[in-house]
Design a protein around this ligand. Sequence first.
Ligand SMILES: *Cc1c(COP(=O)(O)O)cnc(C)c1O
Length: 395
Amino acid sequence: MSVLKKDQFVLPKGVIYLDGNSLGPLPKAAAARVQEMITDEWGEMLIRGWNKAAWMEQPARVGNMVAGIVGAPEGSVVMGDTLSIKVFQALASALKLRPGRKVILSDNGNFPSDLYMAEGLVGLLEQGYELRTVAPEEVTEAIGEDIAAVMLTEVDYRTGRKHDMKAITELAHANGAVMIWDLAHSAGALPVDLAGSNCEFAVGCTYKYLNGGPGAPGFIYVRPDLADEVQPALAGWLGHRQPFAFEQNYQPGQGIERMRVGTPPVIQLTALEVAMELWADVDMQALREASVALQEQFIEEIERDVPQLTLASPRNSAERGSQVSFRFEEGYAAMQAVIDRGVIGDFRAPDIMRFGFTPLYLDAEDVSKAVAIIRDVMENRLWDNEKYKTRARVT
Ligand SMILES: *Cc1c(COP(=O)(O)O)cnc(C)c1O
């Protein structure tokens, strides 16, 4: 079954987009819907929009749409803030659930922001709290009875290497630790069974595979049996039981609502809501099969035609997310030269050329065309040009 919906996205002519793992493209319906929201809701309703256009319910409503593609039940996911903030919130809540323990365990391949947020929290708490990082392959050995929370990103942003969510969560629980999964490179990329994994918390972003647009809000999941128990740490007025009672003291809201902090980004959530509508009929298993087929094709053709590049991702597709990375010493310049010719991927220091595979708007022909362009750039050293070597602020 094809999951291709190419005609529903704005894909500029002459561009093959292999960076939907970093910023998804614009869904065609989003521009008109956002314009309408701005004109008819913000413009005409003004402050009445909070009730009349149900802006206040939007974080939960869109949260349910996200829940649907990560295997979470209704009412267990809420939108808001950025992923980094949601990481902080999940971590702080997790530590409160294990008052006798002081260690956050993560891996050194994790996205820096997740580690920085943990460092910041540990610094704030003092009292012997510690962030411990080990190599991704050593995580299972490092889970012991001193660990309060294990915080991992399922799919590594650089190499696409995938952790075994279910097995690691089981191990964390066997050792009495709380499990937090970051689904930044999983949500919309592959099937996720949050309920089945039994983890306590999960977080993620929506501007990558979910196509919510630059700055689209993050999400947080709390396992339903804990949702009325966790302390949200970032106690904002919209996570209060009765925001409009304006009480002096904080009382956490019902269930997942307590993980809300402040005013939601309504315009951005509107774009995201349109993007999420595209997922309603997507079979995640079929999406995964299509993604693996595109990735296998890409690896095979690159290894056949472009010997200058070395595979940095796991070769076994079962151990990969939905991206493929290759190493090349001059990877930055090479990627700029490739982008200049219409194939958009990105670069991650020190030497990784990263390509994302998103079957909603990519097919086998796109992959072959991309490989031909990459081959041209590498074979003819087109990257060896000063104009490709100056690093921009965003790589
Ligand atoms: C993309 C990404 C982030 C980015 O966080 P923001 O707060 O949304 O900027 C954080 N963590 C991981 C694992 C990511 O992949």
